[in-house]
Structure formats: structure tokens, C-alpha cells
Design a protein around this ligand. Sequence first.
Ligand code: SPQ
Length: 424
Amino acid sequence: MKLHSSNGLHGSITVPGDKSVSHRSVMLGALADGVTHVTGFLMGEDCLSTIDCFRKMGVRIDVGDDHTVTVHGVGLHGLTAPTERLYTGNSGTTTRLISGILSGQSFASTLTGDASIEKRPMGRIITPLRQMGAVISGVDDKFCPLAIEPGKLHGITYTLPVASAQLKSAILLAGLYADSPTTVIEPAPSRDHTERMLRAMGCGVDTDGCRITVYPPDHLTARDVAVPADISSAAFFLVAGAIVPGSEITVRNVGINPTRDGVLEVLRAMGADLTLTNRRDDGEPVCDITVRTSQLHGTQIGGALIPRLIDELPVLAVAAACAQGETVIRDATELKVKESNRIAAMVRELTRAGADVTETDDGMIIRGGKPLHGAAFETYHDHRIAMSMAICALVCAGQSDIADDGVVAISYPDFFDALRRLGG
Ligand code: SPQ
């Protein structure tokens, strides 16, 4: 993919459905009694991996050609033993959440994924699931492939070492199969889509600050899911609209769940011109967001904000490189264990473009305002690095190249077409 500096992006756009909500609609739809109709489903590779895994466990899932998915639930105890390994591709969410579900089944299973998944930490789920009685093992007790045998689960109270929705959800989903309630205590609130969807399906879930308790239900009741547009995908265009001179972009129907909207808070703190309109709620709060170009300035990003914008940090680093003054990102060591080491990747690629960036132990310091120039950018086979550097390329003098552009299909198959439609 060859990219050039842009004179301005204009128009309105609907980005694809939320990846986190799409995954959970299939998982919980499969475990519910009845049929779940999902609209706005993300047809990205990660969510298709989730569909594939549940089909291998006997769940009928019909995929329409207009982002609709129909999940024919089999009930909490209706999954059947897969005849082959469950392959989760590049998807950490599929791998970790499904591990919680598989721990409560009466059959054995093996989970495996691509080269990136085999490097991502799984010890963090193995430890609490074992405490619950799960019979689960991995390579060195830390990595995929994971082997899971039938186990009898009991409720636990578990304090998470990191604010991670995947870890929290794996434990809560195993808790559906436990003989007593399960409580998870988070260091800071992480995305709460699992809790919301479980409640909507009739399961008792109490949230008291950072303390979440799930009560094992008799059954889940299927409920249709309208997936909002993904704020993590919208973020690329919000940053593009803010930094590309002369732009005005409206992103429609964006999910603004308070556990996910940290990117809006930070862009506002940086001086971005954002207008939120047409607010509504359909299980998840949504609105339309209009961004107009403005001069950004540096800011501080850390603490409890981090889990609320963890996947948006790479593109926020691009915004910071275009801002006047210094931006400090701290408390973000989790970025090192995503599809790539996103701290090292962004420091390297922004430096390649001429930005002044220093890597720190838990984040980076970006001294913005240096003139940026085009380059051949690496993606580290990470969709969010590819899209972040594509947005950066729009403000670089000269041409940029992204060789591994197909990686965007993980979460946003249509990304480059959408950018072209806005004038990129
Ligand atoms: O699924 P995967 O590969 O882990 O996806 C990522 C992403 O950038 O798309 C992270 F690499 O998003 C995670 C996110 O970082 C999706 C997620 C979820 O749906 O629960 C939660 C976050 O991860 P974590 O470990 O902080 O809970």
C-alpha cells in the first residue's frame, strides 16, 4: 500500500462493528437457550475465528452478507467435543475467553493459534482457572497451545494482577459453570461488555466499583445484539481528522461505553475539536462523533485511563507526534504483550518518520511538532500498528509504503477503502 500526504479528509463514515462485542455475541449466544440475532457484526478475521471455534463444538451459526449473524444457542451444557484442535488465529480475545468456557465442559479440548498467539501470556488465565478447579495446562504453564480436560469448578475470589477484560472475562465465564459465585477484583475498570451481555441474558452479575461477582445461572436466555461501531476503529479517523489539515469527518454510531471512551478524553485534553451528537443506548451507549482539524498539544496519559484506551495508544502516539509539546504515556506495560510489542513498534516506526520519541519502561515520551517524512513502515504483523502508521503517513512529506497492509483484515478489512473514500 502506497500512501501520500493528504490535503484534507471529508465526509461521514460508519466503521465496522465492535470487535469485543462481536466476539461475545457469538460466545454467549452459543451458550444461551434460543436464537440470538446479531446485527452490525464485525466480519474481521478475529471474530470469524470465534465463529469457527463454536461451529467446531456443534453450534449452528449462520452468517448473512450484511453483517448479520444468527447464533442457534445450544444452552450452557450443549456444546459438543470438537474433533480437532480449536484454532483461534491471531485473536487473544477468542483464546482467553474460550478457555474460561472450555474449563467448565465435560469434554477435553486443545486451543492453538498463530505465531503471535503462541507468544502471548496465558499463565495469567491458567493460574485463576486452576484455582477454580480447571484442569488446564500450556507450554511451560505460560503459553499456547492450551490443553483443557473436564474439571469440576468452584467459585473463587480473585484479584487480577493487571486490569484486563480478557482475564476478567475468562474467570467470569468459567464462573457460569461453578458451584458457587465467583468474584473478580480489578486494579482499575476494564471493558465491561461481558458483564452487560450476561445481565441482558438473565445472569446475575453484581458490579461494585472494581469488584464483579457472577452468580452461576440455570440457563442464559438468548437476546438480540445490536453491535455498535468500534471506537477502537473510529479512533484512526478521529486522529486523522484532528491532524490532517483542513479535515472534517463524522463517524457514525460509535460505541462510547465509559470503559472504552478514554480516547475521547485524551483527544479533548490535547485540544481536539470533537462534537458528540445523536446519543442513544441499545445495551451499549452510542453516538455520532464529528472531528475537525485543530492544533493539538501534548498531554499525560496514565493510571486508570490506560485500560479505557489501551488499543488506541498506538494512534494516540501518532497524534502526539503532531502535537506541540511533550506527551508522556506511562503505566502501559500491557502494550508489550499485544499482537506485537506496541511500545517498541510505535517508537521505532515514529522515529523512522522523523518523530522525536523515547521508549520508557512502561510507555514512551513523544516530543511533538517535528516535521515528519514518508518511509517504508513495518507493521510487525499487527493490525493496529499498520492502521496507525497509515494515519501517520497522511501527514508525512512524500510517499510512505506499508508492505503488510493485508493485516488490517484482523479488525478492519475495509480500512484502506474507507480512507480513500474520505479523500486519503
Ligand atoms: O483479541 P486481541 O488480539 O487481544 O485484541 C486486542 C486488539 O488490539 O484488538 C489487543 F491486542 O484487543 C483486546 C484489548 O486490548 C480486546 C479485549 C477484549 O475484547 O476483551 C480486551 C483488551 O485486552 P486486555 O488483555 O487488556 O483485556
